[in-house]
Design a protein around this ligand. Structure first.
Ligand SMILES: [Mg+2]
Length: 264
């Protein structure tokens, strides 16, 4: 796979950066990543950090990144859980069952939670609570008319260490078994890119997307019509290069991004 453009990106006023596999991986910041973010910010670029992680809220994600040396505020972060909560708010659901662990649950505080008769079953990362009982309970609720929303379509993930089943795998199992079509909110859904762009005050041709995953970051940028940069770290470095998405530029790591943009 070769990049389709060899010249530097022009007229970039904003950058949407993936977090896991781009800024940090498995709890460790990549060398030069915090400096790169600082250089983009010093150049006056509008930054957003768009992650398919569901376990984190915007607040917890920004806090963890700050501990790693990144100067990032919660307002600049969009997680798959915060994006899904925003999507659900537009539907004004009567009640929800949010299958999710971790700080990401904070994003759903203002919903009516009902695990017995929810209007929507919302699948995030439920960790070990994805078991025989909860999954069959969800199946039966879907067969009785509940709607299905998934925070991400990604099937596997290695951002926490060993490779494991990700949100999309559980959601697709429920979708397939119940016959209820799911709505998938996280990357590569154009919805989450549109939502992120709407917070930036920029046009899509003024923004580039940076990610390590062809099937989510680059696919999403292609489908939404934004330019993109693939970094060869994170999932890419682990050999997960599935899909036919086409980045406009390819870099060894995010540390090279300021130079690509002509900032150094
Ligand atoms: Mg990633």
């Amino acid at each position: 796979m070769e990049p389709t453009k060899d010249r530097a990106p022009r007229d970039v006023r904003g950058v949407i950066l993936d977090i896991d596999g781009v800024l940090q991986f498995q709890g460790k910041a990549y060398p030069g990543a915090a400096d790169a973010v600082r250089a983009l910010r010093d150049a006056g670029l509008t930054l957003r950090f768009l992650s398919n992680s569901t376990l984190h809220s915007r607040r917890s994600r920004a806090e963890r990144l700050r501990q790693m040396g990144f100067a990032i505020s919660p307002d600049e972060v969009i997680t798959a859980s915060s994006a899904t909560a925003a999507y659900l708010r537009t539907l004004r659901p009567r009640s929800v069952w949010v299958m999710l662990d971790g700080a990401g649950r904070e994003e759903f505080q203002d919903f009516v939670h009902d695990e017995e008769n929810p209007e929507y079953i919302v699948v995030g990362d439920h960790r070990s609570r994805f078991n025989f009982d909860t999954l069959n309970k969800a199946l039966r609720l879907l067969l009785r008319g509940a709607q299905l929303v998934a925070m991400s379509p990604e099937l596997v993930d290695a951002s926490l260490g060993d490779v494991e089943l990700n949100v999309g795998a559980w959601a697709m199992m429920l979708e397939r078994a119940s016959g209820v079509q799911a709505v998938y909110v996280g990357k590569p859904s154009p919805y989450v890119f549109a939502m992120t762009l709407a917070t930036m005050g920029l046009r899509k041709d003024e923004v580039i997307v940076v990610g390590d995953r062809l099937s989510s970051d680059i696919r999403g940028a292609n489908d939404f019509g934004m330019r993109s940069v693939l970094v060869k770290t994170g999932e890419y470095a682990l050999g997960r290069t599935e899909g036919d998405a086409r980045p406009d530029w390819i870099l060894d790591s995010v540390a090279d991004l300021p130079a690509l943009l002509g900032l150094r």
